[in-house]
Design a protein around this ligand. Structure first.
Ligand SMILES: Nc1ncnc2c1ncn2[C@@H]1O[C@H](COP(=O)(O)OP(=O)(O)OP(=O)(O)O)[C@@H](O)[C@H]1O
Ligand SMILES: [Mg+2]
Length: 137
């Protein structure tokens, strides 16, 4: 599912590598935690998986990152987001709507989900998280 081969990344202008020679495979169903001190490269590592590196943050990139068989160089972050979900450090900056229902709708609309599927997708998401009672909060 996630295949990382000899990944090294240095931000433009930085003196040293933020990530160095990382090789890792994450299989379907694996639950992985990445730990390390501040500045160790956790966020950088995640940015290599969701495609913000190399598409948004520039620098020297060596090695390869493949998500479900696709090289992150070949797929833009918007497309990758269909497979890779990201929650940033400042969780509150994700909220864009006043109501839970609209918040879920935001993602579906951005992905261009057809209108006739939206209602059932919202219901599914609420059920999956067991938060149906929060729909109109
Ligand atoms: N946009 C950037 N431009 C240049 N250097 C950066 C940038 N973002 C991070 N770095 C540098 O890359 C290294 C790894 O930083 P990163 O933010 O990935 O660490 P982290 O493990 O997520 O830290 P924290 O626990 O504080 O969130 C650090 O040396 C940091 O200064
Ligand atoms: Mg971080």
């Amino acid at each position: 599912m996630i295949e990382i081969q000899e990944l090294t990344f240095k931000y433009s202008g930085a003196k040293k590598n933020a990530l160095e020679n990382i090789t890792l495979t994450v299989e379907k169903g694996d639950f992985v935690g990445i730990i390390g001190e501040s500045g160790a490269g956790k966020t950088t590592f995640c940015s290599c998986i969701n495609g913000l590196i190399p598409h948004h943050y520039k620098g020297d990139f060596y090695g390869s990152v493949k998500i479900a068989g696709n090289d992150t160089f070949d797929v833009n972050p918007g497309k990758l987001a269909l497979t890779v979900g990201s929650v940033f450090q400042d969780v509150e900056s994700h909220l864009v709507s006043f109501f839970v229902e609209d918040e879920i709708l935001f993602g579906l609309e951005n992905f261009g989900v057809p209108k006739d599927q939206i209602e059932s997708r919202i219901t599914e998401a609420l059920q999956a998280l067991e938060i149906e009672e929060l729909r109109h909060r």
